[in-house]
Design a protein around this ligand. Structure first.
Ligand SMILES: Cc1cc2nc3c(=O)[nH]c(=O)nc-3n(C[C@H](O)[C@H](O)[C@H](O)COP(=O)(O)OP(=O)(O)OC[C@H]3O[C@@H](n4cnc5c(N)ncnc54)[C@H](O)[C@@H]3O)c2cc1C
Length: 487
């Protein structure tokens, strides 16, 4: 691997230091290689980092961070780059610290029900490693075959099964990280923090602005004895939303309650021919799990409630193969979208469940008004919407309309009593909404907390909070004048 002449804000000295810390074969600095890292899953805003390093230990990360601090150069951690909010965008350039080569499982302890992993471990690989032990790692983002547990910690990821099992913060008891000033710090451990302040709880969801995670202690969850998985087919999205409210209202907490609308069903059928009814307005994927003895009754109640709400058909999977196929449909949904448009922007709003019919109608209206096709696949059980806006990023006018439509949808989520993120985080994408969600005092407190960890704002600048460390955002604003000012 050749080291190219440094560009932008990286001096020759810094480049040499970085190469010494990680090795020349663990560093990228040529423009064509850096291009791969210009964005994550949020493709609307792009900026190429000046250097990407691939450290293989906490000590190497410490050395990299200390060099960056000494040279006053910002740095940003990156896992698999599946963030849908631009969390990995190197705002203002600088050094990207890729964690993908720190992917070991350091310990599995089923007696005490925890595992210790490195941050670059792919989420699904932990559950695969646990096969046969009777345990699994519960947070299961739909991207779990690619995203890393470090990225999950940073964004406090959810997933289909978090309706019952909770999000990442409910499953992390300890974090080791390199602070933005280069110290190695451990908060919590296998048993959490005991009676002390729940610092891992504070750290999870800080979107890479509190430091670089180097080790994670996660809880292991016992596999349920059994489960029942159903697919309910509806002729209207109102009826689908009604069914969701009825199921939750009946006191049932399904392990998963996922909705896919007609646009997604069509895309899935075109791509994989799973056998979904093409004329359905929406389908619900519902799973209940627990003690086998209770599940038939629970499934029966759900089928009745769906039918009372207007479901034309409810299929109960009869075999593990049928269940796996239903889940494959859900998890392949994003892949299928690739057939519909060159680019997509996945929004991530939340509304109270009872407002689902209202927001789904609003999304359809916005799509029509802005002339942007929008399809929906989402974690309906917790009111966590994922309208997916389809477009071609090469057409600036379409990008502008996507941004306008996204803003309208998120504004409406706030108006309906919800929020602008359920699980993808704020990143750079939604920073302008923070002023609308929180008061100035709230944001000041959050800024104060961040300064404790990241006093100079040098770690992941321009993310999450519209206050300190927004260097470089001006560039993005110029590129996308349609976007609201973040400051
Ligand atoms: C098809 C698809 C489906 C998805 N489904 C879901 C879903 O169901 N639920 C969900 O919550 N999200 C989902 N996402 C979003 C995304 O996968 C998650 O946010 C995931 O946690 C990101 O992990 P990553 O390894 O890709 O992190 P990245 O995208 O690389 O980074 C995300 C953020 O974490 C920070 N970060 C990464 N590693 C570290 C580290 N070691 N230390 C400190 N900060 C770090 C980055 O700076 C960035 O701010 C989906 C994305 C896609 C593309």
């Amino acid at each position: 691997m050749t080291i190219s002449a440094p560009s932008g804000i990286i001096s020759d000295d810094l480049l040499c230091e970085l190469a010494q810390h990680v090795g020349t074969d663990q560093l990228l600095s040529s423009q064509d290689e850096l291009l791969v890292y210009e964005c994550d899953g949020y493709v609307v805003e792009k900026n190429v980092p000046d250097v990407v390093v691939f450290p293989q230990s906490a000590a190497e990360i410490q050395a990299v961070v200390k060099s960056c601090v000494r040279h006053g150069v910002p740095f940003v951690p990156r896992g698999a780059g599946t963030s849908l909010a631009g969390g990995c965008l190197p705002v203002g350039g600088g050094v990207m610290i890729s964690l993908t080569r720190m992917k070991q499982i350091l310990e599995i302890n089923t007696r005490d029900r925890y595992a210790v992993v490195q941050p670059g471990l792919v989420n699904l690989h932990l559950t695969r490693a646990l096969a046969g032990t009777g345990f699994h790692y519960a947070p299961d983002p739909s991207s779990q075959g690619a995203c890393t547990i470090g990225g999950n910690v940073a964004t406090n990821s959810g997933g289909p099964h978090t309706l019952k099992y909770g999000v990442t913060v409910n499953h992390v008891t300890g974090v080791e990280f390199v602070s933005p000033t280069g110290e190695l710090v451990q908060i919590g451990g296998p048993c959490g923090c005991g009676d002390d302040l729940d610092l891992p709880g504070l750290f999870v969801g800080s979107e890479g602005t509190f430091g670089i995670v180097t080790k994670i202690w996660v809880k292991l969850t016992r596999n349920p004895e059994s489960c029942r998985t159903m697919l309910a087919v509806f002729d209207s999205t109102d009826d689908t939303s009604q069914a969701i409210s009825s199921i939750i209202g009946a006191g049932i907490v399904p392990a998963a309650l996922e909705m896919m609308d007609q646009g997604i069903i069509t895309a899935l059928e075109e791509a994989f021919a799973f056998g979904f009814p093409l004329d359905a307005a929406a389908v619900l994927l519902i799973e209940v799990d627990g003690l086998d003895v209770a599940l038939d009754q629970e499934a029966e109640t759900i089928i009745t409630l769906c039918k009372q709400s207007g479901a034309r058909e409810v299929r109960l999977s009869q075999t593990e193969e049928e269940r796996a196929l239903l889940w494959k449909c859900r998890k392949q949904a994003f892949g299928a979208i690739g057939r519909l448009a060159p680019s997509y922007c996945t929004q991530d709003g939340v509304v109270p469940r009872t407002k689902l019919p209202q927001i789904l109608k609003f999304i359809a209206d916005v799509g029509e008004r802005c002339n942007i096709r929008i399809v929906n696949v989402f974690h309906a059980g917790d009111g966590n919407l994922h309208p997916i806006l389809l477009f071609d990023e090469r057409d600036r006018e379409q990008v502008r309309r996507v941004m306008d439509a996204s803003d309208e949808i998120l504004e409406m989520c706030i108006e309906l009593g919800g929020s602008v993120t359920g699980e993808h985080g704020i990143g750079v994408e939604k920073i302008s909404f923070m002023n609308r969600l929180f008061s100035e005092q709230d944001l000041d407190v959050m800024g104060d907390v961040r300064r404790v960890f990241n006093p100079d704002g040098i770690c992941s600048p321009g993310k999450l909070l519209p206050t300190a460390g927004a260097c470089g955002m001006e560039h993005i604003q110029r590129e996308h004048p349609g976007r609201r000012a973040a400051m």
